[in-house]
Design a protein around this ligand. Structure first.
Ligand SMILES: Nc1nc2c(ncn2[C@@H]2O[C@H](COP(=O)(O)OP(=O)(O)OP(=O)(O)O)[C@@H](O)[C@H]2O)c(=O)[nH]1
Length: 489
């Protein structure tokens, strides 16, 4: 072997070694970056207050799949008649552990898939009868792409799909008499009797009794805590009462009432903006856009009922409404909403059972724009805030609608009888869909009306409406003064 051959061999070996070292370093670095990214994602989940990957069945994200969608778990649901009682279904969630996400494809540009079923017209069909499907036919499942939905549905619409006849809802003449919305809280104040006797009367009794020793102050605190005002609000109210009593004194029962009223009303943030943003942008008859309201919450809190009641409020105000039945998990909810629609002459866009709720919501908003209604109210399926997959699904509903129209109001419906749990729910829902207003239902069934104070304080989101019964007009605007009066009188 010549010297030059040896040199060549040495050079080759050195080069090979150098390449190996560089490649090894690069690989090592890449691994570290990908770990870092995952850590970040996990942190984000932790901030949102729930953890990802908790046994939720998700469909494959990459490429088209021919796998059949998971069987819809309607049969697993514990409620069978669609009429849960006050507070009971919060304890027995209707989406069981085994419930998976039903990822039904959204409409795409080839007209391959559509899941929403427009359009049921009041007066033309009995509730439960399916409206003719004007959307393109269903095909194999493809991954649902939010962006694609927003961009391609217009293209799909360019295809001559059989459009439903634009017609005036025939049920209009049969619209029920709707209670005037003004003064409802006063009219329904008797429904707060349970909270009144424990919170209002309890506090008045203690404050009006004269000299207050430490035991009395403890009792005041207990009364506030028992009514679900929460520790922070309780401390704040007690301290304010102490200060005011020390500075101005309370001699009569009237003094006690006046002071208590002032302190409680102040704690309810009387200046918060409580109007429900359900009025259209411009004149829908002349190119204006309908308002879009999304109604969200856990199972059985009263979302469908509230959507129906709110439709009545709007109709009573001379507005036209379209209802989107995006609660595709519970067949009874769709029927329920259809009945509410019929009663006020509102069109209902419904999805097939197990349809993707985002698709139904999208169709509803689209249809509302076409027909020029003032407001589109979208009822979503109840979901446990602890199920990451379900919350993601809700986030998707909002994002898909956002691409089509501005979502003006996201109303979180909370069942007042569930107390602290409602607060946890509120936090998670707020993280996922930017809640803009709270509807506190079933206040008629609880002595814990104090949850109103807590939920606003914790979230900084106003309670806009309160549910005070199962009747169609038992939905009242929340007014701090009238509410406190109902507790104290
Ligand atoms: N007492 C009382 N009952 C109410 C109120 N609001 C709703 N309900 C009742 O609560 C029950 C559940 O209401 P729904 O509207 O079906 O609840 P939901 O949130 O749509 O249920 P899911 O779609 O399954 O999540 C029904 O029996 C309603 O009549 C209220 O303010 N007071």
């Amino acid at each position: 072997m010549t010297t030059s051959t040896v040199i060549v061999i040495v050079v080759v070996v050195v080069v090979v070694l150098a390449v190996a070292v560089v490649a090894g370093l690069a690989l090592n670095r890449r691994r570290r970056i990908s770990l870092g990214e995952r850590d970040e994602a996990q942190q984000e989940d932790a901030v949102k207050g729930y953890r990802a990957g908790g046994g939720i069945s998700l469909s494959s994200g990459g490429g088209a799949t021919t796998a059949a969608p998971p069987e819809h778990p309607v049969g697993e649901r514990t409620e069978v008649e669609g009429q849960p009682g006050v507070g009971d279904d919060a304890a027995v969630p209707r989406d069981s552990e085994r419930r998976g996400i039903v990822d039904v494809p959204l409409p795409d540009g080839q007209g391959s898939t559509a899941t929403a079923e427009p359009v049921e017209r009041p007066g033309t069909e009995a509730p439960g009868t399916e409206a003719p499907d004007t959307a393109a036919p269903e095909t194999e499942q493809a991954p649902a792409e939010e962006d694609r939905v927003a961009e391609e549905v217009p293209a799909q619409r360019a295809e001559p799909a059989p459009e439903p006849e634009p017609a005036e809802p025939e049920g209009v003449e049969e619209i029920e008499q709707i209670e005037p919305t003004a003064g409802r809280l006063e009219r329904l104040r008797g429904r707060l009797s349970r909270s009144r006797s424990t919170l209002g009367q309890g506090l008045l009794g203690l404050l009006g009794a004269g000299d207050l020793d430490e035991d009395s102050w403890e009792e005041i605190e207990d009364t506030l805590l028992m009514a679900d005002l929460g520790a922070a609000t309780t401390t704040e109210i007690t301290e304010r009462l102490r200060t005011e009593i020390a500075s101005r004194g309370v001699r009569t029962a009237d003094d006690a009432r006046a002071l208590l009223r002032e302190v409680l009303v102040d704690a309810l943030g009387p200046d918060m903006e409580r109007s429900v943003r359900a009025l259209p942008h411009g004149d829908p008859a002349n190119g204006g856009k309908p308002a879009v309201v999304l109604v969200v919450g856990v199972n059985g809190t009263g979302k469908t009922t509230t959507t129906g009641k709110l439709a009545r409020v709007l109709v009573a105000d001379g507005r036209t409404v379209l209802l989107g039945a995006a609660d595709t998990f519970r067949a009874a909810a769709v029927e329920q909403l259809a009945t509410w629609g019929e009663r006020v002459g509102a069109e209902v866009v419904r999805g097939k059972e197990a349809a993707d709720p985002a698709s139904v919501a999208f169709e509803a908003v689209d249809r509302g724009g076409e027909t020029g209604v003032d407001a589109v109210l979208v009822d979503t399926a109840g979901r446990l805030h602890t199920k990451t997959g379900l919350m993601d699904e809700l986030g998707k509903v909002k994002r898909v609608v956002d691409k089509r129209a501005q979502v003006d109001e996201v109303l979180l419906v909370l069942d007042a009888t569930t107390g602290q749990n409602g607060l946890t729910q509120a936090r998670v829902f707020s993280d996922v869909v930017d809640v803009t207003g709270i509807v506190l239902t079933k206040l008629d069934g609880t002595a814990k009306g104090g949850i109103v104070f807590q939920v606003q304080r914790e979230l900084g989101v106003p309670v806009k409406l309160v549910g005070l019964g199962e009747g169609p007009d038992d939905l009242a605007p929340f007014e701090p003064g009238a509410f406190v009066d109902a507790l104290l009188d």
